[in-house]
Design a protein around this ligand. Structure first.
Ligand SMILES: Cc1cc2nc3c(=O)[nH]c(=O)nc-3n(C[C@H](O)[C@H](O)[C@H](O)COP(=O)(O)OP(=O)(O)OC[C@H]3O[C@@H](n4cnc5c(N)ncnc54)[C@H](O)[C@@H]3O)c2cc1C
Ligand code: FES
Length: 299
């Protein structure tokens, strides 16, 4: 181990991130998104499901100083040019649009893998994986790991409409059972992922829910898990400036095993958290009972 490596609470050794200058191998559309594959030697071997990469955007004179963070969708240590990484880009702002305009052979500056991954259950229990929009990106490698452990994997993918879904074909290949929901009914069942979650849990006896997607979706699935006395792990997407634990822009209130709420950094302590430990109703605030809150003891 080196000084940048770490051990998770479940004993998994995390190899620290590296910075590499990679090269774009392919970019193609997938619904409303762009699937960007690039060579990033050394990153795949270190990556576990749920971790993310931070990419520099813009040219040498750009005003876009901050790296942009993306869940790692897929890695291949034996890919061309010595290891490849795939991410899913929702091009909506200056940084993501710049990435979507990249061409094969262009250079990319990558730091990763960052953050803490999903924990795998010790026993081969049934699981349900829930992805909202491009939030499903990290769930497919997770599904592979879970199945390799003997876990049953059911998957729910949801989005506002068909073009905002990601990975339906991948999901069909990997999950025992895949349910798709869209708000407008353009594909699968009309409604939201949480409308069908209870039914899927009843059917497969799910013991762990894994989720990645918008915060309200994560809050809702954590509530469902708590109500059933089962576990949930949620990969959150708080706005991140540095991505490496320095700036504190990504903090959210999380209650530890000691019952104390602390503002923790989602880039280094997350992005994956146990759903019952996040204070979902207080995200974006510093609750008065949080350790170090300026209002502590006033209420
Ligand atoms: C862990 C993680 C995983 C993600 N995975 C994906 C993914 O798989 N696919 C995808 O498309 N997107 C993903 N995102 C979101 C993606 O990082 C943002 O959409 C992207 O940074 C937007 O960049 P932009 O320049 O296009 O847009 P803008 O919205 O203009 O973002 C500009 C920059 O400002 C930062 N920023 C915005 N608000 C704040 C704030 N309050 N404090 C500090 N910094 C701020 C943003 O993080 C970004 O770096 C992920 C984000 C995180 C944190
Ligand atoms: S993004 Fe800077 S500390 Fe998390």
């Amino acid at each position: 181990m080196t000084t940048s490596d770490a051990v998770t609470s479940t004993g998994t050794i995390l190899l620290g991130p590296i910075q590499v200058r990679g090269e774009v191998l392919a970019i193609r559309r997938s619904g409303d998104y762009f699937l960007l594959a690039f060579a990033a030697p050394g990153v795949p071997e270190r990556t576990l499901p749920g971790q993310f990469v931070a990419l520099a955007v813009g040219d040498a004179t750009t005003s876009m100083l901050l790296r942009r963070c993306f869940s790692i969708h897929h890695v291949d240590p034996a890919g061309s040019l010595g290891g490849t990484v795939e991410i899913v880009v929702d091009a909506h702002g200056p940084g993501t649009r710049w990435l979507a305009d990249l061409k094969r052979g262009d250079a990319v500056d990558v730091v990763g893998p960052l953050g803490r991954p999903f924990s795998l259950p010790k026993d081969p229990v049934p699981t349900v994986l829930v992805g909202g929009g491009y939030g499903s990106a990290p769930l497919f490698t997770l599904a592979d790991k879970l199945r390799a452990r003997g876990c049953r994997v059911d998957m729910i993918l949801g989005a506002a409409s068909e073009s905002r879904l990601f990975g339906v074909l991948d999901g069909r290949r990997r999950a025992t059972n895949l349910v798709v929901t869209t708000d407008d009914g353009s594909q699968g069942e009309r409604g939201q992922v949480t409308d069908v979650l209870g039914r899927i849990l009843d059917e497969n006896g799910g013991q762990v829910i894994y989720g990645c997607g918008p915060m309200p979706m994560l809050a809702a699935l954590a509530k469902v898990a708590e109500g059933r006395g089962i576990s949930s792990q949620c990969a959150v997407e708080e706005a991140m400036a540095c991505g490496v634990g320095v700036c504190m822009t990504c903090v959210l209130p999380v209650t530890g095993n000691d019952g104390i709420t602390r503002m923790v950094r989602s880039c280094t302590d997350g992005p994956v958290f146990f759903g019952d430990q996040v204070r979902w109703d207080a995200v974006g605030t510093v609750p008065d009972d949080c350790l170090g809150s300026p209002n502590a003891g006033r209420s």
